[in-house]
Ligand binder design. Sequence first.
Ligand SMILES: Nc1ncnc2c1ncn2[C@@H]1O[C@H](COP(=O)(O)OP(=O)(O)OP(=O)(O)O)[C@@H](O)[C@H]1O
Length: 230
Amino acid sequence: MITLDTITLSFPDGDGRLTAVDRVSLTAHPGTVTGITGPSGSGKSSLLAVAATLIRPDAGRVLIDDVDATQLDAGDATELRRSRIGIVFQQSNLLPSLTATEQLTVMNELGAKHSRRNRGAASARADELLDAVGLADQRGKRPHQLSGGQRQRVNIARALMNDPSVLLVDEPTSALDQERGASIIELILRLTDERNTSTLLVTHDLVHLPRMHGVVHLVDGRITEVARAA
Ligand SMILES: Nc1ncnc2c1ncn2[C@@H]1O[C@H](COP(=O)(O)OP(=O)(O)OP(=O)(O)O)[C@@H](O)[C@H]1O
Protein backbone atom coordinates (compact mmCIF):
# COMPACT_ATOMS: atom_id res chain seq x y z
CA MET A 1 0.00 0.00 0.00
CA ILE A 2 1.13 3.55 -0.63
CA THR A 3 -0.18 6.70 1.00
CA LEU A 4 0.89 10.17 -0.01
CA ASP A 5 0.00 12.45 2.87
CA THR A 6 -0.20 16.19 2.19
CA ILE A 7 2.76 16.23 -0.20
CA THR A 8 4.21 19.57 -1.24
CA LEU A 9 7.16 19.84 -3.61
CA SER A 10 8.72 22.99 -5.02
CA PHE A 11 11.63 23.74 -7.35
CA PRO A 12 13.84 26.84 -7.55
CA ASP A 13 12.39 29.22 -10.12
CA GLY A 14 14.24 32.47 -10.75
CA ASP A 15 14.26 34.36 -7.47
CA GLY A 16 11.41 32.35 -6.03
CA ARG A 17 10.12 28.81 -6.05
CA LEU A 18 7.63 27.02 -8.24
CA THR A 19 5.22 24.74 -6.41
CA ALA A 20 4.98 21.63 -8.58
CA VAL A 21 2.92 19.59 -6.08
CA ASP A 22 0.64 21.35 -3.64
CA ARG A 23 -0.68 19.47 -0.58
CA VAL A 24 -1.61 16.30 -2.43
CA SER A 25 -2.95 13.30 -0.50
CA LEU A 26 -3.98 9.93 -1.86
CA THR A 27 -3.90 6.25 -0.97
CA ALA A 28 -3.58 3.31 -3.35
CA HIS A 29 -4.62 -0.09 -1.99
CA PRO A 30 -3.24 -3.49 -2.99
CA GLY A 31 -4.76 -4.84 -6.18
CA THR A 32 -5.92 -1.44 -7.43
CA VAL A 33 -4.76 0.99 -10.11
CA THR A 34 -5.11 4.70 -9.38
CA GLY A 35 -4.85 6.94 -12.42
CA ILE A 36 -3.14 10.32 -12.07
CA THR A 37 -4.11 12.72 -14.79
CA GLY A 38 -3.99 16.42 -15.60
CA PRO A 39 -2.59 18.83 -18.16
CA SER A 40 1.09 19.15 -19.05
CA GLY A 41 3.02 20.71 -16.19
CA SER A 42 0.36 19.91 -13.60
CA GLY A 43 2.81 17.94 -11.44
CA LYS A 44 2.06 14.34 -12.38
CA SER A 45 5.66 13.21 -12.95
CA SER A 46 6.85 15.20 -9.94
CA LEU A 47 4.29 13.47 -7.73
CA LEU A 48 5.37 10.07 -9.07
CA ALA A 49 9.03 10.89 -8.38
CA VAL A 50 8.11 11.71 -4.78
CA ALA A 51 6.12 8.45 -4.51
CA ALA A 52 9.18 6.62 -5.88
CA THR A 53 11.30 8.18 -3.10
CA LEU A 54 13.51 9.64 -5.83
CA ILE A 55 12.77 13.21 -4.69
CA ARG A 56 12.20 14.22 -1.09
CA PRO A 57 9.17 16.50 -0.76
CA ASP A 58 9.32 19.87 1.02
CA ALA A 59 6.54 18.64 3.29
CA GLY A 60 4.30 15.63 3.74
CA ARG A 61 4.78 11.90 4.19
CA VAL A 62 5.23 8.98 1.78
CA LEU A 63 4.05 5.82 3.50
CA ILE A 64 5.08 2.59 1.80
CA ASP A 65 3.46 -0.30 3.67
CA ASP A 66 3.37 1.94 6.76
CA VAL A 67 7.05 2.93 6.57
CA ASP A 68 7.48 6.70 6.21
CA ALA A 69 10.06 6.97 3.44
CA THR A 70 10.60 10.67 4.08
CA GLN A 71 12.10 9.82 7.49
CA LEU A 72 14.71 7.39 6.10
CA ASP A 73 18.29 8.29 5.31
CA ALA A 74 19.38 7.99 1.68
CA GLY A 75 20.71 4.43 2.06
CA ASP A 76 17.59 3.08 3.73
CA ALA A 77 15.37 4.90 1.21
CA THR A 78 17.28 3.22 -1.62
CA GLU A 79 16.89 -0.17 0.06
CA LEU A 80 13.14 0.47 0.49
CA ARG A 81 12.83 1.53 -3.15
CA ARG A 82 14.67 -1.52 -4.43
CA SER A 83 12.71 -3.97 -2.36
CA ARG A 84 9.19 -2.49 -2.37
CA ILE A 85 8.78 -0.23 -5.40
CA GLY A 86 8.66 -1.10 -9.09
CA ILE A 87 9.02 1.81 -11.48
CA VAL A 88 8.17 2.02 -15.17
CA PHE A 89 9.55 5.27 -16.55
CA GLN A 90 8.11 7.23 -19.44
CA GLN A 91 11.20 6.66 -21.56
CA SER A 92 12.18 3.08 -22.01
CA ASN A 93 15.55 2.83 -20.30
CA LEU A 94 16.43 -0.70 -21.27
CA LEU A 95 20.13 -1.42 -21.65
CA PRO A 96 20.90 -1.82 -25.38
CA SER A 97 23.31 -4.74 -25.06
CA LEU A 98 21.16 -6.96 -22.84
CA THR A 99 18.57 -9.55 -23.83
CA ALA A 100 15.06 -9.33 -22.40
CA THR A 101 15.93 -11.97 -19.80
CA GLU A 102 19.11 -10.14 -18.81
CA GLN A 103 17.21 -6.82 -18.42
CA LEU A 104 15.30 -8.57 -15.65
CA THR A 105 18.07 -10.61 -14.03
CA VAL A 106 20.25 -7.51 -13.67
CA MET A 107 17.50 -6.12 -11.42
CA ASN A 108 18.12 -9.04 -9.10
CA GLU A 109 21.73 -7.94 -8.68
CA LEU A 110 20.47 -4.45 -7.79
CA GLY A 111 17.75 -5.69 -5.47
CA ALA A 112 17.79 -5.41 -1.69
CA LYS A 113 20.53 -7.69 -0.35
CA HIS A 114 18.28 -9.74 1.91
CA SER A 115 15.88 -10.62 -0.90
CA ARG A 116 18.38 -11.33 -3.69
CA ARG A 117 17.82 -14.62 -5.53
CA ASN A 118 20.52 -17.01 -6.64
CA ARG A 119 21.26 -17.01 -10.36
CA GLY A 120 19.01 -19.95 -11.25
CA ALA A 121 16.07 -18.61 -9.28
CA ALA A 122 16.51 -15.14 -10.80
CA SER A 123 16.53 -16.60 -14.28
CA ALA A 124 13.39 -18.67 -13.55
CA ARG A 125 11.67 -15.58 -12.15
CA ALA A 126 12.61 -13.58 -15.28
CA ASP A 127 11.20 -16.32 -17.52
CA GLU A 128 7.98 -16.43 -15.51
CA LEU A 129 7.53 -12.66 -15.75
CA LEU A 130 8.34 -12.47 -19.47
CA ASP A 131 5.78 -15.21 -19.94
CA ALA A 132 3.25 -13.18 -17.90
CA VAL A 133 3.71 -10.14 -20.14
CA GLY A 134 3.36 -12.21 -23.32
CA LEU A 135 7.03 -12.33 -24.31
CA ALA A 136 7.84 -15.98 -23.68
CA ASP A 137 9.22 -16.36 -27.21
CA GLN A 138 11.20 -13.07 -27.20
CA ARG A 139 13.44 -13.70 -24.19
CA GLY A 140 16.71 -13.70 -26.13
CA LYS A 141 16.05 -10.47 -28.00
CA ARG A 142 17.78 -7.16 -27.40
CA PRO A 143 15.81 -3.87 -27.28
CA HIS A 144 16.47 -2.94 -30.94
CA GLN A 145 14.97 -6.29 -31.98
CA LEU A 146 11.71 -5.57 -30.14
CA SER A 147 8.75 -3.34 -31.03
CA GLY A 148 7.84 -0.32 -28.86
CA GLY A 149 5.00 -2.26 -27.25
CA GLN A 150 7.25 -5.25 -26.58
CA ARG A 151 9.90 -2.99 -25.02
CA GLN A 152 7.24 -1.53 -22.76
CA ARG A 153 6.27 -5.07 -21.73
CA VAL A 154 9.90 -5.79 -20.83
CA ASN A 155 9.92 -2.58 -18.76
CA ILE A 156 6.82 -3.70 -16.89
CA ALA A 157 8.18 -7.21 -16.29
CA ARG A 158 11.45 -5.71 -15.07
CA ALA A 159 9.63 -3.45 -12.60
CA LEU A 160 8.03 -6.55 -11.06
CA MET A 161 11.27 -8.52 -10.75
CA ASN A 162 11.80 -7.85 -7.04
CA ASP A 163 8.13 -8.46 -6.02
CA PRO A 164 7.28 -4.82 -5.30
CA SER A 165 4.20 -3.96 -3.28
CA VAL A 166 3.97 -0.61 -5.07
CA LEU A 167 4.06 -0.22 -8.85
CA LEU A 168 4.57 3.28 -10.31
CA VAL A 169 4.03 3.78 -14.01
CA ASP A 170 4.62 7.05 -15.91
CA GLU A 171 2.79 7.51 -19.23
CA PRO A 172 3.14 3.87 -20.40
CA THR A 173 1.16 4.42 -23.60
CA SER A 174 2.64 7.70 -24.84
CA ALA A 175 4.81 6.09 -27.54
CA LEU A 176 2.17 3.58 -28.64
CA ASP A 177 -0.87 3.64 -30.91
CA GLN A 178 -4.35 3.38 -29.40
CA GLU A 179 -4.67 -0.38 -29.68
CA ARG A 180 -1.21 -1.21 -28.30
CA GLY A 181 -1.69 1.41 -25.61
CA ALA A 182 -4.97 -0.18 -24.54
CA SER A 183 -3.36 -3.61 -24.32
CA ILE A 184 -0.56 -2.21 -22.12
CA ILE A 185 -3.21 -0.72 -19.78
CA GLU A 186 -5.02 -4.07 -19.67
CA LEU A 187 -1.71 -5.78 -18.88
CA ILE A 188 -1.02 -3.39 -15.98
CA LEU A 189 -4.56 -3.93 -14.64
CA ARG A 190 -4.16 -7.71 -14.83
CA LEU A 191 -0.70 -7.77 -13.22
CA THR A 192 -1.88 -5.39 -10.48
CA ASP A 193 -4.65 -7.85 -9.70
CA GLU A 194 -2.52 -11.00 -9.95
CA ARG A 195 0.46 -9.62 -8.01
CA ASN A 196 -1.60 -7.48 -5.63
CA THR A 197 0.44 -4.33 -6.22
CA SER A 198 -0.74 -0.86 -5.26
CA THR A 199 -0.37 0.83 -8.62
CA LEU A 200 -0.19 4.52 -9.50
CA LEU A 201 -0.40 5.19 -13.21
CA VAL A 202 0.21 8.61 -14.74
CA THR A 203 -1.59 9.19 -18.02
CA HIS A 204 -2.90 12.14 -19.95
CA ASP A 205 -4.90 9.75 -22.12
CA LEU A 206 -8.45 10.08 -20.80
CA VAL A 207 -9.69 7.10 -22.76
CA HIS A 208 -8.02 4.73 -20.26
CA LEU A 209 -9.41 6.30 -17.10
CA PRO A 210 -12.72 4.40 -16.90
CA ARG A 211 -10.69 1.18 -16.48
CA MET A 212 -8.94 2.45 -13.34
CA HIS A 213 -10.14 1.79 -9.80
CA GLY A 214 -9.66 5.44 -8.90
CA VAL A 215 -8.60 8.65 -10.61
CA VAL A 216 -7.12 11.88 -9.29
CA HIS A 217 -6.99 14.93 -11.50
CA LEU A 218 -4.22 17.49 -10.96
CA VAL A 219 -4.17 21.13 -12.04
CA ASP A 220 -1.22 23.35 -11.05
CA GLY A 221 -0.03 20.72 -8.58
CA ARG A 222 -3.37 20.47 -6.79
CA ILE A 223 -5.98 17.76 -6.77
CA THR A 224 -9.09 19.25 -8.33
CA GLU A 225 -11.12 16.11 -8.69
CA VAL A 226 -11.19 12.59 -7.26
CA ALA A 227 -13.18 9.92 -9.01
CA ARG A 228 -14.07 6.65 -7.29
CA ALA A 229 -11.83 4.90 -4.81
CA ALA A 230 -8.61 6.98 -4.84
N1 LIG B 1 13.67 19.48 -11.92
C1 LIG B 1 12.86 20.53 -12.04
N2 LIG B 1 13.31 21.79 -11.82
C2 LIG B 1 12.49 22.85 -11.93
N3 LIG B 1 11.18 22.77 -12.24
C3 LIG B 1 10.68 21.55 -12.49
C4 LIG B 1 11.49 20.36 -12.41
N4 LIG B 1 10.70 19.29 -12.71
C5 LIG B 1 9.48 19.78 -12.95
N5 LIG B 1 9.45 21.13 -12.83
C6 LIG B 1 8.28 22.00 -13.00
O1 LIG B 1 7.26 21.51 -12.14
C7 LIG B 1 5.97 21.57 -12.78
C8 LIG B 1 5.37 20.18 -12.85
O2 LIG B 1 6.14 19.39 -13.76
P1 LIG B 1 5.81 17.85 -14.03
O3 LIG B 1 6.86 17.33 -14.96
O4 LIG B 1 5.65 17.17 -12.73
O5 LIG B 1 4.40 17.94 -14.76
P2 LIG B 1 3.60 16.82 -15.56
O6 LIG B 1 2.17 16.97 -15.20
O7 LIG B 1 4.24 15.49 -15.35
O8 LIG B 1 3.83 17.30 -17.07
P3 LIG B 1 3.83 16.42 -18.46
O9 LIG B 1 2.45 15.90 -18.64
O10 LIG B 1 4.19 17.48 -19.48
O11 LIG B 1 4.89 15.36 -18.31
C9 LIG B 1 6.21 22.20 -14.14
O12 LIG B 1 5.95 23.58 -14.04
C10 LIG B 1 7.68 21.95 -14.40
O13 LIG B 1 8.22 22.95 -15.23
